[in-house]
Design a protein around this ligand. Sequence first.
Ligand SMILES: *Cc1c(COP(=O)(O)O)cnc(C)c1O
Length: 384
Amino acid sequence: MKKIQMVDLKGQYNKIKEEVDQSVLEVLDSTAYINGPKVHEFQNNLEKYLGVKHVIPCANGTDALQIAMMGLGLKPGDEVITADFTFAATVEVIALLNLTPVLVDVDPVTFNIDVEAVKNAITPKTKAIVPVHLFGMCANMEALMDIAQTNNLFVIEDNAQGIGATYTYTDGRKAKAGTIGHIASTSFFPSKNLGCYGDGGAIFTNDDDLAHTIRGVVNHGMYVRYHHDVVGVNSRLDSIQATILNIKLKHLDNYNQARQNAARAYNTAFANEEYIITPSGKSECLGICSSCDCHVFHQYTLRVLKGDRDALVKHLNDKGIPCGVYYPIPLHRQKAYLDSRYNEADFKVTNQLVKEVISLPMHTELDDDQIEFITSTVKNFVNS
Ligand SMILES: *Cc1c(COP(=O)(O)O)cnc(C)c1O
């Protein structure tokens, strides 16, 4: 059996190595390292793939979130509601811009922002909601867009983990994650579902005016060379990353299917386990039925009952199986984001999840033997 890795970047690279190497050498030879034709080509290809009017590439997913908030013109003191159970980048940029983060609890089944908690957190100062499509599973966008419309709020999708996922509305309409809110951000960090070989990110929107504003924000606030109309940042995707992303974008659906297949095999193996809760999407499809793509499994995350999670982590590591705990501490309890207005009773789900979650190896190169070894090792442990 191949050595099990949390993410197998090398195995995936080997399959596209010739094409990637050749295209990188072409960029080197062209010397168009920044804002070259490859960046525009990627931007166009991603717009087509997502079915969104504007993709604005930038340097990374954290910048993408910050730039989205700058583009919306949010002002110090404006409140932005986001999930307590996510990567810190989401809350970090809110705080950096002197906006006020308002963290709320998540749904125990999807791990995504709890719609009722969002409603309860709205005040006259609330200006935006940032749902995160956590672990690759679409948040409840339809309900969130309704709340946003009623309360005149912006919705910024943090799509760093959900690229390629498809959201299905109750009337059957479909849209790609990241094209539903007013604006969205994504990351091309190497381990993401569409990862480059360095840092990269992008902002998506269907709003022409907002896209125009953002194209200036990413470029020092310039709309005309050396005329700085707004305070901007310097955030660029380089041509080497863009040419790699162009190649990998052609494989994105296959990559996501490979992840879904692995998730299905894991779910099947754990189906009768009393002490394990497997990830599920909508109740009728578990997120991985053949007709629904609402979950692209950036992570495959179990809940381990009986209080055994940390012992399981150690057991798996001892057997040569890497695993992760995303995330071990809720954001509302992080030193940088403490706020005396928070009440522990409002974070029941996150406080529980941080004790129970474990993410198993998930990538495009997992094979049946590896999955069998991982699942049997987990099962032996929880039943011993
Ligand atoms: C990875 C990630 C980011 C940040 O992306 P970077 O490219 O690393 O800056 C933001 N939000 C979420 C949910 C992420 O998973």
